[in-house]
Design a binder for this molecule. Structure first.
Ligand code: NDP
Ligand code: 2IT
Length: 448
């Protein structure tokens, strides 16, 4: 789709020139600008006062060398990043990703998305993302620790409980957050809420581990209910088998669904009897193993090499919870042909743009990532609140707040889509609603 507004078309051309080669960032910016065209036409002040110019340029990009020593005594060097996209509505907030596919392009795209997502939570958090091309897979705990200490030895200069609060993402879970936190404390002497997703013994929040997956299901439940549907008795396919996938599986099952498939980057398991989640937790959370091991102890299940094939399994509801671009146009078409009526995104941007359009054209209920997976960062913000208060809430309190937030996000984006003439297009609704709050805060704060 081309941008019709001449100013936005020109802005996009300049963004393309300035970020040449950053394919994922450009796709994301274009898609957001397309969604917010009607907003900008209604609010010319966003153009006149320079809000749009500032919005598409990250406030700060930090790239650094991360040297560390492996168990064999060899020096290894990775690349670290922190992109602080926007601080109009609060301190920068967003996860750290450790995966070989991490580049500046990926971190910039995730930081840009995070700004809008964090706005949708209604909580006072700006947008950021960071990470490294380090691969924790196959590394010993001591290697992961040395890497995390080296990463934090640079990162600590750029973060703080009131400036920028990182958390986990792909490849960064409780173990990594612990090592990162320990090193921050050692370097600064401050015992503060500078990271979220912390362990429960040192300032973490109950329900943060579950929050993204649970939140995804709360959002999806509300979206389904408005269409007269529910998780009850639905067949669900979930990609990934990490933090988001596991707790999406747990909540969807609690809500009456039968989850029949999970995956990792090597392949997928299909268990028509319904996934035995205790076994998955043992494999993934305790042993750091591969999803194929599930089929070794479950005769009802089959394991297939290659992760994209998971979308050929017939289902009512698909919850992509692995990574970006994991649902191609072809996979989207297969899901539609097989009768899937709802796709809700636990991962960040798992569906390619053409795939999203195919879902919308086919009348599939589509929950976009920045709304559907906002429960993780929302609960991170609740962790920040608890840290500031120096107290901790019960699981039930946090879970109830999470559910309220996710239900609220659905109604906010549904209303925004309706108000701006794209009823039922929650992708556009999320971009519009997320943008409006950020743009108004930027307008109020001037050229900064
Ligand atoms: P984890 O590292 O816990 O799990 C990631 C899962 O996705 C693993 O099963 C992994 O398989 C799979 N995966 C990763 N990369 C690829 C790839 N290139 N192709 C196929 N599968 C892949 O991460 P999370 O569960 O935390 O994150 C999953 C998604 O959810 C990401 O998009 C993340 O940005 C998003 N997200 C996470 C939030 C959080 O709170 N953690 C909050 C909001 C969004 P393997 O083990 O083989 O690598
Ligand atoms: O993509 C995301 O929202 C996250 N990885 C969670 C970020 C956070 O700060 O909790």
């Amino acid at each position: 789709m081309a941008l019709k507004n001449p100013y936005l078309a020109d802005l996009m051309a300049r963004v393309e020139k300035r970020n040449a080669g950053d394919a994922q960032f450009l796709i994301t910016v274009r898609s957001v600008l397309e969604s917010i065209e009607p907003v900008v036409e209604k609010h010319p002040e966003y153009i006149e006062k320079g809000v749009m110019e500032m919005f598409v340029e990250p406030e700060r990009v930090v790239q650094f060398r991360v040297p560390w020593v492996d168990d064999g005594g060899n020096v290894r060097v990775n690349r670290g990043f922190r992109v602080q996209s926007n601080s109009a509505i609060g301190p920068y907030k967003g996860g750290l990703r450790f995966h070989p596919s991490v580049t500046l392009d990926i971190v910039k795209f995730l930081a840009f998305e995070q700004t809008l997502k964090n706005s949708l939570t209604t909580l006072p958090i700006g947008g950021a993302k960071g990470g490294s091309d380090f691969d924790p897979k196959g590394k010993s705990d001591m290697e992961v620790m040395r890497f995390c200490q080296s990463f934090m030895t640079e990162l600590y200069r750029h973060i703080g409980p009131d400036t920028d609060v990182p958390a986990g993402d792909i490849g960064v879970g409780a173990r990594e957050i612990g090592y990162l936190y320990g090193q921050y404390k050692r370097l600064t002497g401050d015992y503060c809420g500078v990271l979220t997703g912390k362990g429960l013994t040192y300032g973490g929040s109950l329900a943060r581990k579950e929050a993204t997956g649970y939140g995804l299901c709360y959002f999806t439940e509300e979206m389904l209910a408005a269409a007269g549907k529910s998780f009850n008795a639905a067949t669900v396919v979930i990609s990934g088998s990490g933090n988001v996938a596991i707790y999406a599986c747990e909540k969807a099952t609690q809500l009456g669904a039968k989850v029949v498939a999970l995956s990792d980057s090597n392949g997928y398991i299909h268990d028509p009897n319904g996934i035995d989640l205790d076994c998955v937790k043992q494999i993934k959370e305790v042993r750091r193993g591969r999803i194929r091991e599930y089929a070794e102890t479950h005769p009802s299940a089959t394991y297939t090499e290659g992760c994209a094939g998971i979308w050929t399994i017939p289902c009512d509801i698909a919850l992509p919870c692995a990574t970006q671009n994991e649902i191609s146009l072809e996979s989207a078409r297969t899901l539609i042909q097989n009768g899937c009526y709802c796709v809700s995104e636990g991962a960040n941007m798992p569906t390619v743009m053409d795939g999203i359009q195919a879902f919308l054209d086919a009348g599939v209920l589509f929950g976009p990532a920045k709304a559907a997976n906002a429960g993780g960062v929302a609960t991170s913000a609740l962790e920040m609140t608890q840290n500031s208060q120096r107290l901790s809430w019960t699981f039930e309190e946090v879970d109830a707040k999470l559910k309220d937030i996710m239900v609220g996000i659905y109604h906010n984006i549904e209303g925004a889509a309706r108000e701006y003439g794209c009823e039922g297009n929650f992708e556009a609704g999320a971009n519009i609603a997320g943008f409006l709050k950020v743009a108004d805060a930027m307008l109020a704060q001037g050229v900064v």
